[in-house]
Design a protein around this ligand. Structure first.
Ligand code: PLP
Length: 463
């Protein structure tokens, strides 16, 4: 195959990408096609003879309008989903083009250098200990896994047990303590690590979903031996932060490892106006966060940060005779992440931080929070609509007519309306719509149009 074969295909992909991006701000926000329609269109026996690659690219693009939800749309408020900043998407295209195996420095010095610098920038931005280990992983799920693997290593090392060599059979028991409001990915990480979920000690949370520090104190007083405490900066429903200064002090006094889920909340540290929410977070031993949420880089991108770099490295590193590993200052990603071969996912992070600067990241965070407050103000002004949470960050919980069935009906109606997209949850026994503003492109007008659609659907539902 000639090198020229790339040009027509990449030009085609570029044209399709431009059309998709042009359409994104005003298109129907949900996905319109379901499985049956898509399988009918896409399935065929695997042919012996392949097809024209250009036709294949056209086929993919032809189904994106109905088969993909516009989750990068400025009017997508489901889950906690970031958009893609233009610089981040462009950098990601280069990453695909360069096709680097970013596992070791010897294969990709450019990735190693950019990840080294991006790691330092993130520690400065979050104001976390500068010597921390940093790994660029797929998302907060794997950031939890990485951080908690380091925690498992660290607390057992202090108990004179080498978990990497001897495993968990016969090891001192590790106590894991987390809030009843901990994100489900924490449980999954504990499963992957052989710690299980049944023995997780749950600590009661308050009406905003914040761990009750006094309950944590009571729980810790009953535990002896290696202990990991998991706190949260940014509840997935309310955006609330656990009382980190108290939790940090309790964990230290107990000799426990403190891990913090800051999937989106850690980014509050970048903003003058919001950083006080995360005060005390610097007391932790490890932090998990996402770049594909609030930094608005394309999927998938998360970051694991560990104060004790040696524990981090000992838990992740791999060595084999055929590898060329560095013994100098060069960075081998395999030392910091679970993957061996991997995508150069730190490069879009580097590019985005470079393009935004400190002020740009702060502005991104502040704008999203301002839009969340705008949502809360517009919706709560409407009789029959109430906001269930204190809107401290970018998350808003909305209830319609103080009625579970009606609230669910409005959520379904809003999704069908297509002006915007939001999903539902149950908060302290009450059905609620979740609004998460996490996209750089969401404007005041987007919020006006989206809140307007919600109110319209609500009124139609009560008629
Ligand atoms: C999104 C989220 C996660 C999981 O992150 P992924 O990037 O989806 O793996 C964990 N914790 C919280 C609080 C989240 O919002």
């Amino acid at each position: 195959m000639s090198r020229d074969a790339f040009d027509p295909l990449l030009e085609r992909a570029h044209a399709h990408a431009r059309a998709f991006l042009q359409d994104l701000p005003q298109r129907f926000v949900g996905a319109r096609a379901g499985r049956d329609e898509l399988i009918a269109a896409l399935d065929s026996p695997l042919a012996a003879q392949g097809e024209d690659p250009a036709a294949v690219i056209d086929l993919l693009a032809g189904h994106a309008g109905r088969g993909a939800s516009a989750c990068a749309s400025p009017r997508y408020f489901g889950f906690v989903i970031g958009g893609s900043l233009p610089v981040a998407l462009a950098a990601d295209w280069l990453v695909s083009t360069w096709d680097q195996n970013a596992g070791i420095h010897a294969i990709s010095p450019i990735t190693a250098a950019m990840e080294e610098v991006a790691a330092r920038w993130l520690l400065e931005l979050f104001d976390l200990p500068r010597g921390s280990g940093v790994g660029f992983v797929t998302g907060c799920q794997m950031a939890h896994f990485t951080c908690l693997a380091a925690a498992r290593h660290g607390v057992l090392r202090r108990a004179e047990w080498d978990v990497e060599a001897d495993g968990l059979a016969g090891a001192p028991r590790i106590h894991v303590v987390a809030s009843e409001e901990a994100h489900i990915t924490l449980d999954v990480a504990l499963r992957y690590l052989g710690l299980g979920t049944r023995s997780l000690v749950r600590v009661e949370a308050d009406d905003q979903g914040r761990m009750r520090a006094e309950r944590l104190a009571e729980v810790l007083a009953t535990l002896r031996g290696p202990t990991i405490v998991c706190a949260q900066a940014g509840n997935v429903n309310t955006g609330a932060f656990d009382p980190l200064p108290q939790i940090g002090e309790l964990a230290r006094a107990h000799g426990a490892w403190l891990h913090v889920d800051g999937a989106f909340g850690l980014w509050a540290r970048a903003s003058e106006d919001h950083r006080a929410l995360a005060d005390g977070i610097e007391l932790a031993d490890s932090w998990a966060t996402d770049a594909h949420k609030w930094l608005n880089v394309p999927y998938d991108s998360g970051v694991a940060i560990v104060r004790h770099a040696q524990d981090h490295r000992d838990a992740m590193t791999s060595a084999a005779a055929y590898l060329i590993q560095t013994h100098g200052a060069e960075r081998d990603a395999v030392d910091w992440v679970p993957e061996f071969s991997r995508r150069a996912r730190g490069i879009p992070v580097y590019a985005t931080l470079r393009a935004l600067g400190r002020d740009g990241v702060a502005d991104l965070v502040d704008r999203c929070c301002a839009r969340a407050r705008q949502f809360a103000a517009l919706l709560s002004a409407e009789p029959g609509i109430s906001i269930l949470n204190e809107v401290v960050l970018n998350q808003v919980l909305v209830r319609f007519g103080d009625d579970d069935a009606l609230t669910r009906q409005v959520i379904a109606g809003v999704q069908e309306d297509g002006t915007c997209w939001a999903s539902g949850t149950t908060w302290h026994g009450l059905a609620a719509m979740r609004i998460s503003v996490s996209n750089w492109a969401t404007s005041e007008q987007d919020v006006v149009a989206s809140a307007g659609a919600m109110v319209r659907v609500f009124k139609q539902s009560t008629r």
